[in-house]
Write a protein that binds this ligand. Structure first.
Ligand SMILES: [Ca+2]
Length: 418
């Protein structure tokens, strides 16, 4: 999320002016493209339906919601992460309910002074029902750093207890921006964390391709230990035993992954990596993969435009191209989403949804083996800054937004196929 090359108040005013126009467009598009599921349910569907956002929990007041997450042991509650350092509940069984409880407040230790800082991501442990563990990823100061911590919920599972914090990992952040990030558990039970390149512009220290730092990486660690062992490195990580390389690294060359998620059906790890000057990208993150930053931006060489720098280096074939990209004519900052696996809209099954944070455009893309269908633009919602998507346990997909401006009220939406 969250390049801020423009004044968003001005941008939002512009975008709001387009609302009536876009509502008309959305209607006509939906009529042109009826959403039908495949005739043969065993084949990969070829179509990508249009979607819309249906307001959920309209009476719940939230500010700067940056994530909505499910709790593995219960369907009737979802958790909305607020960037300033709080987590609140919404009623997973009643989307009209106004009920909301604040279950964690760590504003005392979270630094959320800038647009890209704060409590950025939360994940419940897959064995939460047994261990009460909740993992939080946030930014802090003195020194400026990114923090991955484990908290426990109380026995009644009403509150996440701030005093139970155990810091698992800290990464020094040289600049305020590009902190990533997403914490998520894989189907293998390991904890994956996306960490940004540390910030500034151009990745001035070359962290993207530097395997001695955790910046600009997706890391994979095992947090199942107990006592003083807060994490271990899985023996099958790609760089275990390589000299001067951090063994936690799972993939690298990632500038600022703002949202990644696992396809719950096949385990694919999809990520939206925010670009700098020209290209926003979607990657499927694989073991040991190099996604190019700062030698590449999207599928394109990067570096030519740097003053005083050498010409862009020859593009290395070992670097992995994005599976989708879009230029800054179409948006400014990608928000990665998730592969829809809910039962309610079979025509949407298998579609990875992602958005541009600034323009409010949503796209869908399907993976079909090594081929991809799409991306297809499936919705426009100018005036909503789409900060994240999230899934309930049954695959129902939600989105959270800042309305009208970055300081505007937060809103939560259910993704509906048209
Ligand atoms: Ca890349």
């Amino acid at each position: 999320m969250m390049n801020s090359p423009l004044s968003f108040s001005r941008l939002s005013a512009l975008l709001l002016g387009l609302l009536v126009f876009s509502a008309t467009m959305a209607t006509s598009v939906a009529q042109e493209t009826p959403s039908t599921s495949s005739q043969n349910p065993t084949s990969v569907k070829k179509s990508i339906p249009k979607i819309s956002f249906q307001r959920a929990w309209p009476g719940v007041k939230t500010m700067r919601p940056v994530q909505i997450v499910a709790r593995p042991d219960r369907d009737d509650v979802l958790y909305v992460v607020e960037q300033l350092g709080r987590i609140r509940t919404v009623d997973g069984s009643d989307l009209t309910s106004d009920a909301s409880e604040m279950v964690l407040d760590i504003r005392d230790r979270v630094n959320a002074r800038s647009n890209e800082e704060g409590l950025l991501s939360v994940a419940f442990h897959p064995d939460f029902a047994e261990n009460n563990q909740v993992y939080c990823y946030y930014t802090a100061v003195n020194p400026r750093r990114a923090v991955l911590s484990r908290f426990s919920m109380d026995d009644a599972r009403k509150k996440i207890l701030p005093q139970t914090e155990e810091v698992i990992l800290e990464v020094e952040e040289p600049y305020w921006n590009h902190n990533g990030g997403t914490v998520a558990f894989g189907p293998d039970g390991m904890l994956y964390l996306a960490i940004g390149d540390g910030g500034a512009a151009n990745d001035p220290h070359g962290y993207g391709q530097d395997l001695s730092t955790l910046l600009a990486k997706v890391i994979r660690i095992d947090v199942s230990g107990s006592g003083k062992i807060l994490y271990t490195v899985p023996a099958d990580n790609p760089f275990v035993g390589v000299e001067n390389v951090r063994p936690e690294i799972w993939a690298y060359g990632l500038r600022n992954v703002w949202r990644m998620s696992f396809d719950r059906e096949n385990g694919d790890l999809w990520a939206g990596d925010v670009g700098q000057n020209k290209w926003e990208e979607i990657d499927i993150v694989v073991k040991g993969g190099n996604y190019g930053w700062n030698k590449r931006e999207g599928a394109h060489p990067f570096g030519r435009q740097r003053r005083g720098s050498a010409p862009a280096e020859k593009v290395d074939d070992a670097m992995i191209d994005p599976v989708a990209e879009y230029s800054h004519r179409e948006g400014l900052s990608v928000t990665g989403g998730n592969v829809y696996r809910g039962k309610e809209y079979p025509q949407l099954d298998g579609v990875y949804l992602y958005a541009d944070y600034a323009f409010g455009t949503v796209w869908g893309i399907r993976r079909d083996g090594d081929e991809f269908i799409g991306p297809v633009e499936v919705m426009r919602k100018p005036g909503s800054l789409i900060s994240s998507f999230g899934e309930a346990n049954d695959g129902t997909t939600y989105a959270v937004t800042f309305e009208q401006s970055e300081q505007g009220p937060g809103a939560i939406w259910k993704v509906v196929a048209r």
